[in-house]
Design a protein around this ligand. Structure first.
Ligand SMILES: NC(=O)c1ccc[n+]([C@@H]2O[C@H](COP(=O)([O-])OP(=O)(O)OC[C@H]3O[C@@H](n4cnc5c(N)ncnc54)[C@H](O)[C@@H]3O)[C@@H](O)[C@H]2O)c1
Length: 369
C-alpha cells in the first residue's frame, strides 16, 4: 500500500492507495472512528459490485453500518437529493459522533461530503473513491457540493475527510469511458506538476490503458501527492489551488449545455484542456511545442472528445456563469510551460473566435478518425 499524507490548517489525514484497500477498510476506519457506527452513502452501481467486500471488512472490525444508495450519475448531485439524504440520516438516528463513508465516484464524494458538512453542523466523513477520477482528484482536498440549475457545484462547503482509502482494484470494473474520464484529470495534473510527471505519464500510457494495477496505483499516488501539495499551500482556493481548474472553464460549460451527466466530466475536461492549450498559444503565453505535447498526451490516452453536436454559442454563454467569472470577464487558467500556469481574463470576442476555430478543427479531426 502507498500512504500519502495530507496536511493543511484544517486537516491532517492519510490517503491509503493500493489494490486491497477495501479489505483493509475496517482496520483503517476502526482506528479512527469516534464510535463504531457509520452511514454509508453509496453509488448504487459501485455498491452492487463491491459493497459486499466493504461490509465484510467493516463487520470484521466490529463496525455497524446503515446504507443509503445514490442513483448513479450527475443528476443525483443536487440540492433535493442532498436534502433526502439528510432526512434519511435523521430518520436512521445517525448521531453527532458517528460518521459518513462516501463510497463511489466524485458525485457521491461531493454530495456525501456536503451532507457530512451540514448534518448536525458537521460529522466526520471518510472517502472510499471508486472511480479513477475520484481517486486522483475529487476525494482529496475537501471541496464538496451540489449543482444548482444555474451551474455546477454552485452550493457547497469545504469539509476535509478524516481518511481516504483508494482501492485501485475497484477500477477494474469501470467502463472504458469512465476510465478515460479519470485519465483527463491525470493529464491535467501532469501538466500542472511539471516536466517529469508529463514524461512519466506518456511512458505509462499503454500500461494505464491496459489496466495494469501496479502502474495505476503509482499514477494515483503521483496525482494525490501533487493535489496534497496544492491543498497544503492553499486550502480554500485563494491562490495556487485555482490551478486545478485548468481545462474546467470550458468543461463546466460543456456539461451544462449538454445536460449534466450526458458528457462525463473528465471528457469535458479533456476538451477543456485542448482548448486551453490552443488559447495559451493564441495569447502568446505558451509555445506551439508545449501545446502539441499536451495534445499528444491526451491523444496517447485516447482522450479526443467531440463538441460537434453542441450549440457553441450556448457553451460560450454558459461560461459566463462559471465561478471564475469576475466583473463579467471570463478568467482562464492557462498552462504556460510544464509546471507553470497563469490566470488571465479573456475577451468575449477572442473566446468566440477560438471556440469556432476549435470546433472546426474538431470536425476535421473526427472526419479523419
Ligand atoms: N470535489 C472535487 O474536488 C472534485 C474534483 C473533480 C470532480 N468533481 C466532481 O466529480 C464528479 C465526477 O466524478 P466521477 O467521474 O467519479 O463520476 P461519477 O461519480 O458519476 O461516477 C461515474 C460512473 O461510474 C460508476 N462507478 C463508480 N465506481 C464504479 C466502479 N468501481 N465500477 C464500475 N462503475 C463504477 C458510477 O455508477 C457512475 O455511473 C463531478 O460531479 C465533478 O464535479 C469534484
Amino acid at each position: 500500500m502507498i500512504v500519502v499524507p495530507v496536511h493543511c490548517s484544517g486537516c491532517n489525514y492519510e490517503v491509503v492507495i493500493g489494490p486491497d484497500g477495501l479489505d483493509r477498510a475496517g482496520t483503517v476506519l476502526g482506528s479512527l472512528l469516534r464510535r463504531p457506527r457509520v452511514a454509508i452513502i453509496a453509488d448504487r452501481t459501485a455498491y452492487d459490485l463491491h459493497g459486499a467486500t466493504l461490509e465484510r471488512s467493516l463487520a470484521g472490525a466490529g463496525i455497524t453500518f446503515t446504507v443509503m444508495q445514490v442513483p448513479p450519475g450527475e443528476q443525483s448531485k443536487n440540492w433535493q437529493f442532498a436534502g433526502r439524504l439528510l432526512e434519511q440520516m435523521a430518520h436512521e438516528r445517525i448521531e453527532r459522533h458517528e460518521a459518513i463513508i462516501a463510497f463511489g465516484g466524485g458525485v457521491v464524494g461531493d454530495i456525501a461530503g456536503f451532507v457530512a458538512g451540514v448534518y448536525m453542523r458537521g460529522v466526520d466523513y471518510y472517502q472510499i473513491p471508486t472511480t479513477l477520477l475520484s481517486q486522483v482528484d475529487s476525494s482529496v482536498g475537501g471541496k464538496t457540493g451540489v449543482d444548482l440549475a444555474a451551474g455546477k457545484n454552485l452550493a457547497g462547503v469545504f469539509v476535509q475527510p478524516r481518511a481516504v482509502i483508494a482501492d485501485t482494484a475497484l477500477l477494474a470494473t469501470l467502463s472504458q469511458i469512465e476510465l478515460k474520464s479519470g485519465l483527463a484529470e491525470v493529464v491535467k495534473t501532469a501538466i500542472l506538476d511539471g516536466e517529469q510527471h508529463m514524461v512519466r505519464l506518456k511512458r505509462d500510457s499503454h500500461s494505464l490503458l491496459a489496466g495494469d494495477t501496479a502502474v495505476i496505483s503509482e499514477v494515483v499516488a503521483d496525482c494525490v501527492r501533487f493535489k496534497a501539495s496544492v491543498v497544503q499551500a492553499d486550502e480554500r482556493e485563494a491562490g495556487p489551488r485555482e490551478s486545478l481548474n485548468l481545462g474546467h472553464t470550458l468543461a463546466h460549460a460543456i456539461e451544462k449545455v449538454a445536460g449534466y451527466g450526458v458528457i462525463p466530466h473528465g471528457l469535458a475536461v479533456a476538451a477543456g484542456l485542448r482548448f486551453a492549450a490552443g488559447l495559451s498559444v493564441r495569447l502568446g503565453l505558451a509555445s506551439d511545442h508545449f501545446a502539441a505535447r499536451q495534445v499528444e498526451l491526451l491523444d496517447a490516452l485516447g482522450l479526443s472528445p467531440t463538441l460537434v453536436d453542441l450549440d457553441i454559442d450556448a457553451v460560450r454563454y454558459a461560461m459566463r456563469s462559471d465561478k471564475k467569472v469576475r466583473a463579467g470577464e471570463i478568467r482562464f487558467i492557462l498552462a504556460t510551460e510544464p509546471g507553470s500556469w497563469t490566470v488571465i481574463p479573456v475577451e468575449d470576442r477572442m473566446i468566440a473566435e477560438e471556440l469556432n476555430a476549435f470546433l472546426a478543427a474538431d470536425i476535421e479531426r473526427h472526419k479523419s478518425m
